[in-house]
Design a protein around this ligand. Sequence first.
Ligand SMILES: Cc1cc2nc3c(=O)[nH]c(=O)nc-3n(C[C@H](O)[C@H](O)[C@H](O)COP(=O)(O)OP(=O)(O)OC[C@H]3O[C@@H](n4cnc5c(N)ncnc54)[C@H](O)[C@@H]3O)c2cc1C
Length: 650
Amino acid sequence: MHLGNPIGSVMKAWVNFLSQFVVMNMYLVLKEDSMQHSVIWKEYDFIVVGGGSGGGVISSRLAEIEDFTVLLLETGSVEPVTSTIPWFHTLLPGKIAQRSSLDWKYVTVPQKDLLFAYDNQVSRWPRGKLIGGTSAINTMLYMRGNRKDYDRWAAEGNDGWAYEDVLHYFKKSECQDDPILAEDTYHHGTEGPLHVQNPRFGTKITKSFLQAGEYLGYDVVDPNGYQQTGFSRFQTTMKTGVRWSTARAYVRPAIHRRNFHVSLKSHVHRVLFDENNRAIGVTFVREGKIHNVYCRKEIIVSGGTVGSPQLLLLSGVGPAEHLQQLQIPVIADLPVGKNLQDHMGAFGLSWTVKKGSAYSLLPLFNPLTLQEYKNHHTGPFAGTVGVEANAFLHSRYSNKSEDWPDLQLFFISATPAIDGGGSFKDYFGVSQETWDVFYKPIQFKQGFSIVPVLLRPFSKGYLKLRSTNPYDKPIIQPNYLSDRRDFDILMDGLKHAVEIGNSPPFKKHKAKIHLGKLPRCPHVLPGSEEYWVCFIRHHATTEHHIAGTCKMGPPHDPQAVVDPRLRVYGVTGLRVVDGSIMPHVVSANTNAPIIMIGEKAADMIKDDWLMGWKSEDETTFLDTHNSNGKVLINENDNHNVYSGDQNEIF
Ligand SMILES: Cc1cc2nc3c(=O)[nH]c(=O)nc-3n(C[C@H](O)[C@H](O)[C@H](O)COP(=O)(O)OP(=O)(O)OC[C@H]3O[C@@H](n4cnc5c(N)ncnc54)[C@H](O)[C@@H]3O)c2cc1C
């Protein structure tokens, strides 16, 4: 009889226990929270659909103007306390999401000759369904992308989006916590609502990763500063060891404003148009009841790269042919849902190391660890479970003379098998066969993993409605690696990763590469060219940076859905503000860039509606919350100009 690994079983039981604990805790918190407004008026100046990275920013920034009334409608509810504790981030989209309503649980269609390691050859796409959106479940890594990403947007006719234009908005959002980086005032801001800090927990093997970079001739850099190419430790969107989502940074501090209402558990089904194709309101469902709410100025759709195109299509804004097939009356014939892009990462490339070198789950068994987090917000619960550093590098196909790398290599001081299939397996939907053949031989062992990520994909996909039912998930076809160049770049990324992991700085940890068996290629020689080709065909999947489905572009761009001021073409009173507007996905993680988009859009809208308004005139967030992020309610703030003279719908 096979008794298994008893320590491993205990670890697995513990991870299961923690995820149960989180689910329980989530429901407790949901009951107690009081973010939602009980009164909703019939009409607002602005209605924002979706309270995620983009929507959280735009709604609260618009509400800074006392003369504007703003309604934020969000399908999800409030953040569970556990979403604020960094350690739980791997469980949020994985174990927990599958048992809870925190995640939209999107999946792609099966990918031909790819994703062999995952159930049904599909890629799971978690997306936050809660206030803060995906910023409330993500890994919290703070990255901005490359100067040339934005210069390319501008060069293609998107005036106002060059790096020198958007840098102001990155800085405006940022509260940089690292005193040395904060000295670089050209690149960093210290007064914004989004706290950015060095994680309070890490492992010593990460130093070897940085040393490997130096050994191979690279610099250790601030990738959000003067030079992106090189190695660096991650900075995170946290404040004193607590996740700083857009709910925390933007929505909560603004919630006391009398001109700002938030309606949670409110799923928007449709944008309403008048006979002149002006967006005049939305239909949404809350607590099983259908409501219409109207706007005097604009509707802003911030449902994310899947949610925004889905809502536009349901409302008659999209490719005429597709809409006609579903008998949806066409309001504007636009390429909504096309231009879908994602960063693909080749997961699974791992090394085992000697005990004590890398991330360990053992401290989590010690009750004092939880106590430490509770009392000081330090220790393993304040860390990102080994996601600690990265490198931006050039593949052999990119121009090394310019600082615009096409690969990002994530360094994780644990292997995906460390918890015996407790979280990673669920998170990505690794098949049992792959688990048994590839991962099981290293389960529970200490090690590290390097994930090469393709930063500027040539392959593009699309998204379509499955039906006219707003609760049906769209059909998502990313067309991963359909352009051969993407495959070649990712292959080169794997070679860089192998070179780094096998380099001398890791020798002292007794690093040994794991060339596990690939179920669909049982006969390839481990480490051969064929092995790496097959490795990509098995393991490459989403890195969660989906973008582009409501592309921003000038009027002559046939793929454009919104103009450079983010107004939807062919209609009036409607904008899109989230990751879907990116013409090309930026060369890094996408949360901070989308927050920047929200900041910039808020200024453009204020500009359009307020005569003579300049961004310096506005009230800043620091007026309304103190440096601890606590809301300061001004006792003399009696400008309740709206109460009583608005029609209420609840
Ligand atoms: C697991 C994971 C890890 C990640 N890690 C990082 C990271 O470490 N760093 C980083 O920079 N990026 C990371 N990302 C990516 C980044 O978080 C997202 O790109 C970003 O948050 C998306 O912002 P958004 O505004 O476009 O959409 P979202 O933040 O997803 O917001 C959309 C919001 O709209 C709501 N909504 C949708 N449809 C409707 C509707 N019809 N009615 C009402 N509400 C609706 C949704 O519930 C959601 O709240 C990660 C993503 C994932 C999934």
